[in-house]
Design a protein around this ligand. Structure first.
Ligand code: PLP
Length: 342
């Protein structure tokens, strides 16, 4: 059976570096959304808890409930307003007036501010009205946040959005004082933001995803920080055969043996969340062996007869091969694959 390994030493190495950068374990929120970027939500949450992190962010209420026992606070980033009342340590991201209005009275929220990404959040000139709704509905405003659209790019937009967030902060702090609200946690940096900046300023924490999993999203011209990929994907052999010279393997028969060669079939396919190889270009495994022909839904072929093969332990080259970002390679992997901590 195919399986995923999660390298605990690598995870802790990455977290250690990020904690130093952020200024303490309480200043990192582990972003565990989408099944922890495909790594496995519960298993990664337990490791983050063991490391000593106190906060996590997830995609939806279902994910939040499954790890709420491990953290002081779990923030739901992207979900429709829940009909049920949430546990005391689950907070909900409010991205609009409409969401604020439809939330249960008294719910814990983090208010999302649009500082230029224009994906989510209220605008700066809507802050007064939003705070009014919050006070009227006795929503517990635990945090206020924004998200950077270009923290990982070679331009200055990060600084432009940051200054807009600072301005919004001032307005919110003044209103919070006026209404006598408890202290609000402000947060803005994702991995790229944290790695790019020298200080979190008075932000309470950074929301870190991809860097924790071992990928540095910044251009190499920034001071490089060595992070180590946590996840590796392994496939196991199903069968071995000799492909005679001129025989063609797999759907469409796109690969033809140039000479008699040994090939084996392995138990990962695009049904497991791996990108489908089209057989026109061959895909290299971690050990350098190359795919033969098209990938099927549940299997693919490779030269040789190794019992198991590591398909990747670093998603960077695969991401280039499939013209995507490193995030997408692990995130797509099926939750049904077995995860093993090494
Ligand atoms: C996914 C996400 C993050 C984490 O981003 P990384 O680039 O993986 O660090 C942070 N904040 C929000 C709002 C997100 O959606």
């Amino acid at each position: 059976m195919a399986f995923i390994t999660l390298n605990k030493a690598h995870l802790f190495h990455n977290l250690h570096i990020l904690v130093i950068k952020a200024g303490g374990k309480e200043k990192l929120m582990a972003v565990l959304k989408d099944n922890a970027y495909g790594h496995g939500l519960r298993i990664m949450a337990e490791l983050c808890h063991e490391f000593g992190l106190k906060r996590a962010a997830v995609k939806n209420v279902e994910e939040a409930k499954s790890i709420a026992d491990l953290f002081d606070e779990v923030l739901v980033l992207v979900d429709a307003v829940p009909t049920e009342k949430l546990a005391h340590n689950i907070s909900f991201s409010a991205h609009s007036y409409a969401m604020l209005e439809s939330l249960h009275d008294g719910e814990n929220i983090h208010l999302s501010i649009d500082t230029g990404m224009h994906r989510n959040g209220i605008k700066e000139n809507e802050i007064e009205r939003a705070m009014e709704i919050i006070v009227q509905k006795k929503l517990q405003i635990k945090g206020v946040f924004t998200h950077f659209r270009s923290a990982d790019e070679l331009n200055s937009e990060f600084f432009w959005q940051r200054s807009l967030f600072e301005r919004a902060k001032k307005r919110i702090k003044a209103l919070a004082q006026q209404y006598g609200l408890p202290k609000i946690a402000f947060h803005s940096c994702n991995s790229a933001g944290l790695l790019r900046t020298d200080t979190l300023g008075d932000d309470a924490f950074a929301r870190v995803g991809i860097a924790m999993y071992g990928y540095n999203p910044l251009h190499p011209s920034f001071n490089p920080v060595l992070l180590k990929p946590v996840l590796a994907l392994w496939a196991e052999k199903l069968s071995t055969r000799v492909l005679k010279k001129g025989e063609r393997v797999g759907y469409g028969g796109v690969y033809e043996a140039p000479y008699d060669e040994v090939i084996s079939t392995y138990d990962i396919g695009y049904g497991d969340g791996f990108f489908r190889f089209n057989g026109i270009t061959s895909i290299a495994m971690a050990d350098g062996s190359v795919s033969k022909g098209r990938m099927s839904m549940d299997s693919f072929c490779l030269g040789g007869d190794a019992k198991e093969v590591c398909m990747f332990e670093n998603a960077t080259t695969l991401a280039q091969e499939f013209k995507t970002i490193t995030y997408e390679i692990p995130t797509k992997l099926s939750p049904a694959l077995k995860r093993i901590i090494i």
